[in-house]
Ligand binder design. Structure first.
Ligand SMILES: Nc1nc2c(ncn2[C@@H]2O[C@H](COP(=O)(O)OP(=O)(O)O)[C@@H](O)[C@H]2O)c(=O)[nH]1
Ligand SMILES: [Mg+2]
Length: 193
């Protein structure tokens, strides 16, 4: 885990976004995929980032300074079906603007629900982020919810959808219920700032 973490700010749109001057590790994914839970888990801080069981709540960009050496930037979740199309377009716009604005993006972590390895929304985001040329890794979240059989089935689907991604090199498993997933990822992030 990371030993120090500090929430530094929330932005409702891209106006006034900070120029941090430090590497930024971006967290992206569908609404409710577990972005905030991931931050809390890997920093071992229960309430650093607000989590919610109601999808669609995070409409903001949140910054967290980690070990005084880099930032986690938690972007709005995309693709929550129950909000209007115009609202969804606005969030997509915020994501696009952030990626265009920041000159400090070291790594994009694309969180994908281990139960849903073939969502079109994730496919769209994948195309977006790789077309822009950012370093991108995938994090399969909530793995505790799948049994072994479901996991191997979904890993196969994942590999078909994202060919070339290699376990523990460019994709990682995660669960907030088991700290065993942290070490590899912490090492990877620190080596890729
Ligand atoms: N079982 C399980 N639930 C998780 C995990 N990660 C997140 N959740 C739950 O998923 C819901 C959404 O999490 P949240 O972090 O708010 O998602 P966000 O919208 O991507 O920030 C919450 O109810 C979390 O408790 C996980 O690894 N395992
Ligand atoms: Mg969140």
């Amino acid at each position: 885990m990371f030993r120090s973490a500090e929430y530094t700010g929330t932005y409702f749109n891209t106006e006034g976004l900070p120029t941090t001057g430090l590497p930024e590790v971006v967290l992206c994914g569908r609404s409710n995929v577990g972005k905030s839970s991931f931050i809390n888990s890997i920093c071992n801080r229960e309430k650093l980032a607000k989590t919610s069981s109601t999808p669609g709540k995070t409409r903001t960009i949140n910054y967290y300074l980690i070990e005084k050496s880099f930032y986690f930037v938690d972007l709005p979740g995309f693709g929550y079906a129950k909000v209007s199309r115009s609202e969804q377009a606005k969030w997509a716009d915020v994501i696009d603007k952030y990626f265009n604005f920041s000159k400090n993006i070291a790594l994009s972590i694309h969180l994908i629900d281990a139960f849903v390895p073939d969502s079109n929304l994730d496919g769209d985001f994948h195309n977006f982020v790789t077309a822009k040329g950012f370093r991108d890794i995938k994090l399969l979240t909530k793995t505790d919810k799948l049994n072994q059989k479901e996991m191997s089935k979904n890993l196969k689907i994942f590999s078909e959808n994202y060919p070339g991604y290699v376990r523990d090199e460019s994709f990682f498993l995660y669960s907030i219920k088991n700290s065993k997933y942290q070490k590899t990822l912490v090492k990877f992030i620190l080596n890729n700032l």
